[in-house]
Design a protein around this ligand. Structure first.
Ligand code: PMP
Length: 400
């Protein structure tokens, strides 16, 4: 309950409507806002209170959070380097671990430069806000992740949005720009909410033919798409043409951290001036070591990717057979649009009652203000796990 009187004319007054909205959603049952996982049991199971819950709303696409080599690397890093660096990359926060990881990333992507940041959010902020300066033009997909929007706010460049996944609209907007100022196009490989894939190859063509560079955030696609898991740019055969790729260690890499790689060596220069890179402590030794160990698996182990895609197809056909419309073609992220957030919350509760956790995504976190039940698939899901998920959704369809 919001105390209108006590909060009047304070910094909290503006949150009254938000508080009312959350109260209404809570009245419909428990909500995922502030939800607690009491104990992790595996990559795909957790204890919540007394219940064992099947997790289908993580970003643990390859299930590497409990991989023996990844865990051992993190433990060893703590034993050798301690728990934290306590400093910025530019001061005392660059260990051999950070540099080795950058070398590995360069090799993996065939890039000329690589910059490791403390989170993926910061990697986008660090790269975009610094690369695009005053007088430049940042052209971003309308469905871009919040950190791309935030990077634009931090940059002095002019920001222009183009229609989601529309190279035609981008082309139109690029052709209207004045000749002055550099141009940078920003897209994502795989979009995190609706699970749709960008036509990266077409975007590369449109960007380059209009004198623009192209930046692809492959946060959700690395590990899942492309022959060596290098993302949608690799899957569409244009990895060597993309100017910048950013990614995160918080999803397939089973760690925390982020990076930007580029075929241009000059990216190295922004380390000296990029505020989100400079004015924060570097990634912890355990996180850097875990990311390195995961990269080895992602680059060499094709069985996990195959397992992931087998489960993706199983879930996709199970849910469509049950009468649900999935927002995109089969992929590791599947979203089901609900009529409004109250229906979505009620169904999310029913799924929890059946021992299944998915993501509840509501505006403003969603494109077109949709209310979504968002599922993500992991290579660690078993066939039986996917059957359990489908059965839980069938329960919803029947109104059980
Ligand atoms: N880019 C995209 C597209 C994302 O979805 C996310 C995180 N959800 C990020 C960047 C930020 O990653 P991190 O969790 O490492 O901050």
């Amino acid at each position: 309950m919001f105390d209108t009187e006590a909060n009047k004319n304070t910094v909290f007054a503006k949150f009254e409507k938000l508080s009312e909205r959350v109260d209404k959603l809570r009245a419909a049952g428990r909500t995922p806002f502030g939800m607690r996982f009491d104990e992790m049991l595996s990559q795909t199971r957790a204890r919540v209170g007394n219940a064992e819950i099947l997790l289908a709303g993580t970003n643990n696409y390859l299930g590497l959070t409990y991989d023996a080599d990844v865990m051992e690397a993190a433990k060893q890093a703590i034993d050798t380097h301690g728990t934290a660096t306590t400093g910025s990359r530019l001061a005392n926060g660059t260990y051999s671990l950070h540099l080795d990881l950058e070398t590995d990333l360069k090799e993996y992507f065939g890039a000329a430069s690589a910059m490791v940041c403390t989170t993926g959010y910061q990697a986008n902020l660090a790269a975009l806000s610094t690369l695009a300066g005053r007088g430049d033009h940042l052209l971003i997909d309308a469905d871009s992740h919040a950190c791309i929007y935030d990077a634009c706010r931090l940059s002095d460049a002019e920001t222009i949005r183009f229609r989601h996944n529309s190279p035609e609209d981008l082309n139109k907007r690029l052709s209207r720009l004045p000749a002055e100022g550099a141009r940078l196009v920003v897209i994502e490989g795989l979009y995190s909410m609706l699970g749709d894939v960008a036509p990266v190859a077409e975007f590369v063509e449109v960007a380059h033919s209009n004198g623009a560079m192209i930046f692809v955030d492959e946060a959700h696609s690395i590990g899942c798409y492309g022959e060596n898991g290098r993302g949608v740019s690799q899957a569409q055969g244009v990895l060597d043409k993309v100017d910048f790729i950013s990614g995160t260690f918080s999803k397939s890499f089973a760690s925390i951290g982020g990076f930007c790689v580029s075929r241009h060596e000059a990216l190295e220069l922004i380390r000296l001036v990029s505020r989100p890179y400079l004015f924060t402590a570097s990634g912890s030794p355990a996180n850097m070591a875990a990311a390195r160990a995961s990269l080895k698996v992602i680059a060499s182990d094709t069985t996990l990717r195959k397992q992931l895609w087998d489960r993706v197809h199983q879930l996709y056909s199970g849910l469509t057979d049950a009468g649900f419309t999935i927002s995109s073609p089969p992929g590791p992220i599947m979203a089901i649009s609900r009529p409004d957030e109250h229906v979505a919350v009620a169904e999310w509760n029913q799924l929890m009652d059946q021992g299944v956790y998915v993501n509840l995504a509501v505006p403003p976190a969603t494109p077109q203000a949709k209310s979504l039940l968002r599922l993500s698939v992991s290579a660690a899901h078993t066939e039986a796990d996917i059957d359990q998920l489908i059965a839980a959704f069938r329960g919803l369809a029947k109104g059980d």
